[in-house]
Structure formats: structure tokens, C-alpha cells
Design a binder for this molecule. Sequence first.
Ligand SMILES: [Zn+2]
Length: 108
Amino acid sequence: MTPSVGRIVHYVSHGTPPREDGTQAYTSECRAAIVTETNTSDTVGLCVLNPTGQFFNRTVTHDEDEKRGGTWHWPERVEQEPTTNPGVVDVDPAPLAAYNQARRDGQS
Ligand SMILES: [Zn+2]
């Protein structure tokens, strides 16, 4: 899929340098980013939206496989059980079907 201006992608943050014990204050993470420009060099410009601020980078490389720090990729699909989605309400279809039938019969 070819990126276009305005699409939302993931930018992979670099994370902070490792401490002596190997831990990091901030680890490399996916951040939301908006494509601001497409370049002929197979890179894109991004406006990266961090939780605490934003920054712009005009030449970000695509890396869908390794997702290294400082690259972009398409947002991962998140698996979700239908029954755990609070936005979905289990509706009894019978009243609507009766209403539609009544409309077709010209009774309302
Ligand atoms: Zn991601």
C-alpha cells in the first residue's frame, strides 16, 4: 500500500540510551504519526504525535518487518473478541423486522 498525505501510520521511537544495567528510561515504542509529504526517495515526511509532544521528520524510511527505531510502518491490526466490544449492543431484530413489514404493508 502506498502512503499518501494525511494517512495515519506508526513511527517507531528510538527510546533512550540503555543504562549500565541494560534498562531504558523510555523504550522504543510505536507512536501515532500523520504523513505530511511523500518523497521520491521512498521516504515520507511525518508529524509524530507523542503523548507529551510532537515533532516533524521529513525523511522517514519504511520498515514493515523489523520496525526499527526511527522508521514507520502501517498500524498493526488488533484482534478483538466481538463479545468484548462495549460499542456493540446485542439488539433483538424482531421489533425492527415487524416495523419494516408493517411499512411494506402500508400500515404505518
Ligand atoms: Zn506499530
